[in-house]
Design a protein around this ligand. Structure first.
Ligand code: AMP
Ligand code: GLY
Length: 425
């Protein structure tokens, strides 16, 4: 198949690596991509936010499937333009992508579908925010309504800090003040063809910048999959996945379909396992980053088959995706100053050495270059790359990942040392 992947991050690199690993001879194209993706796919230039341009490109070049990686092109309606031209595309249209694009929309759909989630109040002024704080109590959770690259949410017991965060976003429109939910978090991905869903294996993301969940929220500093403790709590991963399929994924997919805005693509359920049961913290309309980097290396079913089946309304004919017993962890290398003010333009060394460790892949997020043949790559953003390690158990995978990380040089960079530590005993 000729497959065009839109996006430039580690998620897109992980998707391309999984397609390449099928050994099916796919022709892989990516726009805009990054320096790591360039080694595994052909980089092409098409404006990923311009649906007509993407559709024209796909038509002209005989692309069989377009996979939209990030949320911005989804919210911009790129999938709609492709569907109008009859080009198979994995990714929801503009209307269904509001599930991620607007927290208020997501809450409305969840309410209508009877999906368990935290109680939330829409507040349009400082006075309304204060009233919601009084009503819901501490810790305070405030969410900006639109896309905010992981920076729109604050969870804090400091009322002044919560209020300041709300005030920052209020000029742009109402914010959501949400009930604080406590418990372990799980990211669960569902492929959807608008009607049928197929779940992938659960993963856990590490959102905070520093060890021990200290520091600000980020786009994600690491992840692991599977989650061995889920089995103990729910009687096996399958039982958990079935429960979430029944209580969360299918009701949402059916509701969106009933509203005439079918969700075709990846439904990412961000869940929290509270003492009162599983609740949804958020939905995303695309693969999670960095969870994808640990879920796809364990997937045994060919990814292209699943994506094409979802894009063409044939998921029902697909058996449940199968996963290896191996475990995977990923550790994100971030630039100095990330997430507030990442320093960019610095050279990265040691990548070939790091990739030489068995079971290790370097998945690129924000890399460019080299300027001259044989030179070093340069970091161009906050989350620079992911070290992904697959192993027979978490202790094994951690040893490999951190050994690889130790071989990579980037001045001032930071990464978490505690990814999957709790499950590695
Ligand atoms: P979101 O951008 O909605 O995923 O939120 C970012 C992070 O904030 C989540 O992964 C949680 O760790 C935390 N969070 C969001 N909503 C809540 C909530 N209602 N209660 C506790 N933590 C939350
Ligand atoms: N890992 C969080 C996200 O992809 O939104």
């Amino acid at each position: 198949m000729k497959i065009l992947v839109l996006g430039s991050g580690a998620r897109e690199h992980a998707i391309i690596l999984a397609l390449k690993a099928e050994d099916a001879g796919h022709e892989l194209l990516c726009s805009p991509g990054n320096a790591g993706i360039a080694a595994d796919a052909t980089l092409v230039t098409v404006d990923q936010l311009d649906g007509r341009a993407v559709a024209a490109y796909a038509d002209e070049h005989g692309v069989d499937l377009v996979v939209i990686g990030p949320e911005a092109p989804l919210v911009a309606g790129v999938a709609d333009a492709l569907r109008e031209r009859g080009i198979p595309v994995f990714g929801p249209g503009k209307a269904a992508a509001q599930l991620e694009g607007s927290k208020a929309f997501a809450k409305r759909i969840m309410d209508a579908a009877g999906v368990p989630t935290g109680r939330a109040v829409r507040a349009a002024s400082v006075a309304e925010v204060e009233a919601a704080f009084d009503d819901l109590g501490a810790p305070y959770v405030v969410k900006a309504d639109g896309l905010a690259a992981g920076k729109g949410v604050i969870v804090t017991s400091d009322r002044a800090e919560a209020l300041a965060h709300a005030s920052q976003y209020l000029p742009a429109g109402p914010v959501l003040v949400e009930e604080f939910l406590s418990g372990p978090e799980v990211s669960l991905f569902f492929l959807s063809d608008g009607d049928t869903v197929r779940a992938l294996s659960p993963a856990q993301d590490f959102k905070r910048a520093f060890d021990g969940d200290a520091g600000p929220n980020t786009g994600g500093m690491g992840a692991y999959s599977p989650l061995p403790w889920l089995g103990e709590q729910f009687g096996g991963e399958r039982a958990f996945v079935d429960l979430v399929t029944e209580k969360v994924a299918l009701p949402v997919i059916r509701r969106l379909d009933a509203e005439g805005t079918p969700f075709i693509g990846l439904l990412y359920a961000g869940l929290i396992l509270t003492p009162a049961g599983v609740k949804v913290i958020e939905f995303n309309a695309r693969f999670g980053d960095p969870e994808t980097q640990v879920v796809l290396p364990r997937l045994r079913t060919p990814l292209s088959q699943l994506l094409l089946a979802a894009a063409s309304g044939n998921l029902e004919a697909q058996p449940q995706p199968e996963f290896a017993d191996d475990v995977a962890i990923t550790v994100v290398l971030a630039s100095e100053g990330y997430p507030e003010a990442p320093q960019t333009g610095r050279q990265i060394s040691g990548l070939a050495d790091a990739a030489g460790i068995e079971g290790v892949r370097i998945v690129h997020a924000a890399t460019a270059g080299p300027d001259a043949p044989g030179g070093d790559l340069v970091a161009t953003g906050g989350r620079v790359l992911n070290v992904v390690a697959v192993g027979s158990d978490f202790a094994d995978a951690r040893t490999r990942a951190y050994e690889a990380m130790g071989r990579i040089g980037l001045d001032g960079a930071h990464y978490r040392r505690d990814i999957a530590a709790a499950v590695a005993e």
